[in-house]
Design a protein around this ligand. Structure first.
Ligand SMILES: Nc1nc2c(ncn2[C@@H]2O[C@H](COP(=O)(O)OP(=O)(O)OP(=O)(O)O)[C@@H](O)[C@H]2O)c(=O)[nH]1
Ligand SMILES: [Mg+2]
Ligand SMILES: [Zn+2]
Length: 290
């Protein structure tokens, strides 16, 4: 029978069956890469145990590279990637850009959620930094779980979509899930005083149903989001304004470094392309670490 992957841990997964029941299933070795949001075929083997026999074709998949392991799927069958950022842990345009590149690469619409808006105006420069993204037609929502603020607008943006929350550990992904779905009690914990970083509270992705139609997947935060799997030529497609402009470069394979007749460099000089975005594109291109 058909099922939907609700959660995945080690060699097992929780599968939601058409009648709403959750069946804990064993995963065969060759089906090891199943993730939240996957639609699968499974068999009930009795005793509240089942086995997944097949992954049905995916409409979309968000992937990220894991060091020494290669590409790993994060979630499947999404139509929206919600990148959650916050003032604490420290906001990083570079990390945001990397998620956006991954979203563009996967062909999935991205939504930027600036959470912990209650910590403004101490960090009033961040909404300004986000204006660059608004100008690129990304939707940016300001939310606060503590105040609370912006949660209705967020709910509206999520309804009728299949979304995943991604972002650094500690930005408040699970807190937002709890605020949106009061019957859910996802585990949440404080940011470490020493490092100012999140403590990797969520250890496995988990799929929730939203009221009406819509799916929301909470994912574990990551400290580093490298883009090693993205081909250099594809990277520029991940920067949508660079991609649009590259059509006017003299050379089709222009990487916008020092090539003659580069329309992107010209647009940067003329302030038509944001200097910060271009600098980060170059930084990722040259694979520099922060
Ligand atoms: N001030 C403030 N704190 C918040 C807000 N949302 C979440 N927090 C706090 O941020 C901390 C981390 O929240 P989590 O929801 O566990 O963060 P997460 O993104 O799920 O972290 P991981 O599961 O590790 O990826 C907790 O102490 C929350 O109470 C907010 O809107 N304002
Ligand atoms: Mg969490
Ligand atoms: Zn160029």
């Amino acid at each position: 029978m058909k099922g939907l992957v609700i959660s995945r841990f080690g060699s097992e997964a929780d599968i939601e069956l058409p009648d709403g029941q959750i069946l804990r299933c064993h995963l065969r070795r060759k089906l090891e890469n199943i993730v939240c949001g996957d639609r699968v075929l499974c068999q009930n083997e009795g005793d509240h145990q089942g086995v997944v026999t097949k992954i049905l074709p995916r409409e979309s998949v968000l992937e990220r590279p894991i060091r020494y392991q290669g590409l790993k799927a994060v979630a499947a069958n999404l139509d929206q990637i919600c990148i959650v950022v916050s003032p604490e842990p420290e906001f990083s345009s570079l990390i945001l850009d990397k998620y956006l590149v991954a979203a563009e690469h996967a062909g999935i619409n991205a939504l930027i959620i600036f959470n912990k808006a209650d910590l403004l105006p101490g960090y009033a420069d961040i909404p300004q930094q986000l204006d660059v993204y608004r100008a690129l037609d990304y939707t940016v929502l300001l939310t606060s779980v503590k105040k609370p603020e912006g949660l209705e607008a967020l709910q509206q943006s999520l309804s009728n979509h299949s979304s995943v929350f991604v972002g650094q550990s500690g930005v408040g992904k699970s807190s937002l899930v709890n605020a949106l779905l009061p019957e859910v009690q996802a585990q949440v914990s404080e940011i470490s005083d020493n490092s100012g970083l999140g403590t990797h509270t969520t250890t496995a992705s988990r799929l929730y149903h939203l009221p009406g139609h819509g799916i929301l997947i909470d994912s574990p935060g990551i400290r580093e989001f490298s883009l090693e799997h993205i081909d250099k030529k594809l990277l520029k497609q991940g920067y949508r304004e660079i991609y649009r402009c590259s059509e006017f470069c003299k050379y089709r394979d222009c990487l916008h470094l020092q090539e003659p007749g580069c329309a992107v460099k010209k647009a940067v000089e003329e302030n038509l392309i944001d200097k910060g975005r271009y600098a980060r594109y170059i930084k990722i291109l040259q694979q520099e670490d922060e």
